[in-house]
Design a protein around this ligand. Sequence first.
Ligand code: ATP
Ligand code: MN
Length: 603
Amino acid sequence: MKRTLSTELSQSVSQKVRVRGWFHSIRLLGKVNFLLLRDRGGIVQVVVQDKEQLRRVTSLQVGSVLAIEATVNASSQAALGVELIDPDITVEVPVTEVPPLEYNKPEIGSDLEVILDHRPVALRNVQIQAVFRIQAEIAHAYRLYMHDVVGASEYFAPNMIGASSEGGAEFFNVDYFGYTATLAQSSQLYKQMMVGVNERVFALMPFFRAENSNTARHLTEGKQLEFEMGFFDTWHEVMNIEEQVIKYIVKTLQERCARELAALGNPLIKAPETIPFPRLTFAEAQQLYFERTGKDDRNEPDLSPASERALCEWALEKHGTELVFVTDWKTEKRPFYSYPKPEDPTLTNTFDLLCAGTEITSGGQRRHTFDSMVEGIKMKGMDPNNFGDYLSIFKFGMPEHGGFGLGLERLTMTLLRLKNIREASLFPSDPKRIAGNRIKAKIYYGGENIRNEILRLLKMHEMEFKHLVHEETPTSEDSARVRGTALEDGVKAMIVRGKTSKRNFQFNIPSDRRLDMKAVADAVGEKCEFEDPAVISDRFGIIVGGVPPFGNLLNLDTYFDQSIAARAQVNFNCGLRTESILMRGPDLITLVAGKLGPFAKAG
Ligand code: ATP
Ligand code: MN
């Protein structure tokens, strides 16, 4: 029988159908039981009464792949208006392992860090899935509008490039046959070249930024919705097009993503089609911020995050939209190619677009003659000789032109009022993660890996140590006996969890003493509790009892009781309960770069 999607079921009331999808949950009520099945359309309810049918699914975990033949029954209670009855269930792929997160709940109750640690399954959560369906619609709507309405051509620029495209910003280097190449931080120069070819061009470009920005709105890899156009009567036409495309995106989401928006609690920002985005000059924006808050930033060259928020609040109160353009930025703060205002060259024909409190775009008119471009490059203290390819186009006829770069993750985040840009990136990279994975914890995951790394470090630093292999020692007392050492020379390595942040920290104290939770709270700035051994084994791949005092290898802030710094000899399990290291106390602290404090109290 052909597969029917959950969304098509209402057209087949009273008929027999075959659905396929993932086992989402089951509610057991005894006689009648409700199984939920997820497919790409949504979630369908299946009423299971037959004992044999029920038996097939009761031991299954979330995510099991099922095929179900059943009859469609109209039901006012069910979300889709229909449910399935009298099912015949086939388990296509059983899942028996408990998933690391309860992703089948409407909202995963965990901290974002935990969600990112389990990204591949967390993405299956209905709310998280909704964010990325919406993001896909945003990109699709952007393409449609640029192609069909604006008449722009899509271009595909290189991402691996020879030299820096703009100077100033930080670049990731890659080894290119022994030559150092860089990952493009924008396609700015290419899109300008393409104006000379096709006049109006757009792209969905990856960008890479090697900035160590640990904020809620910076990633090190993202996607940029690019646009550039030549020939306009006024450079404000660039803003007009951006305004129209954003309104088109918002309208598309309202029309096509009702289910996803509802799953997220209808967060979509206000940007009514009929209300123009207000346009303020940079000077006016600063004045307005000063008048609204009394805070005088009028001599600052940039807008602070607080002023970006205040300006969007103003736009909502005064105009009923949450987007506002800020134009005419100072020349010193804009890139070399920015077009100086003819009437005041200390200012430029440039703009930022702010959305719900955050910058989502920078754009503007560009210099378009050779001489002007050379002047711009020199003004920023750079050498025109390094801009050969780029400069050449300005010798061969470039019209007046301008454009913008609109960050896809920033746009997704602000349109949906997400708190953190990482929620708008499938596998976010930032200074602590690459493609979603923690940089350190992933490298040293599991007892063997951690033991190997500790041994490597000890050898590399030429430190004195002994490595013992012995019977399993779950407790400190066992360890002391097996190693033939005094209990107080043992180091107990403990992983705690902040009650508010849910972050993990490591505290290392002598084995004969106890952790002083008050001192712990003072050190990390919040109350802590011991982390669950099951979580430790899942997150770090180590069994409690084998945890080494090397929290740094687990990407944890690590603290030592100060008495350890004075011990001639310390010993500890090095990742496995069957192996120990004996070494000098001060060496240990140096190697881990741990912080010292009074963390132990009498046992
Ligand atoms: P910010 O001042 O917020 O760091 P920027 O002014 O350095 O951003 P631009 O060079 O103007 O950024 O880039 C254009 C757009 O690209 C930004 O408005 C934003 O939407 C997006 N963007 C830039 N940097 C990042 C980043 N690190 N992470 C995510 N998006 C970014
Ligand atoms: Mn910017």
